[in-house]
Design a binder for this molecule. Sequence first.
Ligand code: GAP
Length: 444
Amino acid sequence: MAEIAVGQELMDKIVSLCKRRGFVFPSSEIYGGFNGFWDYGPYGSRMKRALENFWWHEMVETRDNIEGLDSTIIANPMIWKASGHLDQFSDLMTDCKSCKARHRVDQMEDPRTCPNCGSHDLTEPREFNLMMKTFVGPVFDDEHVAWLRAETCQPIFVDFHSVRVATRQKLPFGIAQIGKAFRNEINPRNFTFRSREFTQMEMEFFCDGEQGMEFFEYWKQERQKYYRRLGFDDSNMRIYVHEKLAHYAKAAIDIEVLFPFGWGELEGVHHRGTWDMSRHSEFSGNDLQYVDHDNGARKLMPTVIETSVGLDRTILALLTKAYDEEKAATKKADMEEDIRVVLHLPPVVAPIQVAVLPQSKKLKENAYALYKEIDRHFRAEYDETGSIGKRYRRQDEIGTPYCVTFDFDSLNDNAVTVRDRDTMEQERVNVTQLRDYLEKKTEI
Ligand code: GAP
């Protein structure tokens, strides 16, 4: 194994690979980019979609008591008054008068010293609201102000009754949503870790307050199991227990993972009490209480347990965990060893699960027909350019777990060679068995 890069060096390698291989690159790059905004390229968007599907499958499709929602990004601005975001969703900021840099006070080692230039000439800390503003309608005045949602959960609370009535769900049940959130972060940093536009996957679980802590514990365990299935373990995942809680919250933990720049929050599991539902009842004038017809029509304000994860952070965590450089034999002149860059991504989220490679361009017709069969069931790619060795490397670098080579023998024995990304071992598999074989290998 080659000496693996760590810290900033590893981060630089990931950023460079993401750009070079079309995972993630700066938004509007030809105009110099736009700080805090990132585009997902061909492989990145496939990986993103795969991760969304995995989460949705685990949280919605395989659970009878979780429903899905796809709400708008812009909604009635009163939502953000009720949620407290317009009044409280802010960071304390200070400006350096010498170098003009702006800093979040809670992120400064010494709040009296500029981390950029060392000056002590700083402005008094001021609150800076993170909500992104826009206007709806023909006039750009205060009456027409609207906000891009800062979290995907608020529309879930607001739509609680509509979802409940439409689905006839009874407490306890949850509503899940995947979607964009926007925050005017002062210091977007660490690549996609802190962005201004990002995707959240949130699930709000509504229950009777008496069962709140029980469900909090349940979701805390369930969400850790989910990350273990994605390959995280005790060496790179830990729980941070919040000591200081919001006044309405009963308990809160973060699931943190190890990034090249240190531990970072991936997901929060929060017991939000009845705060959100009470506030939206109060501000909308619509009673969001639940009537428990199984219990003498008892009225109760649902308690909420939330699981909230950042999709972009998960992708970044998966990529950094998967990145590896290995020494491999080479046929290049004057070189005995070469570096193999490989992403050991779980097959369920790998952008390409199966690559089909003809041994020679002469086999194109058969190999391409096989690829067209495979791509109906797997995320697949066909590649016929360069030596087989080069094509394997290309696939290793984007994390493709299986390469299928169609060779001249395949014409006679109707079998292909399947090469495993991690072990680099090769196995001969009959084409009639191939789909079954790959399904077993790629299922989680
Ligand atoms: N509804 C609760 C909520 O939004 P949060 O801790 O502010 O809680 C939840 O955000 C998750 O969203 C975080 O754990 C993180 O993964 C992701 N997230 C938050 N801010 C982000 C940002 N600026 N860039 C990327 N991801 C972010």
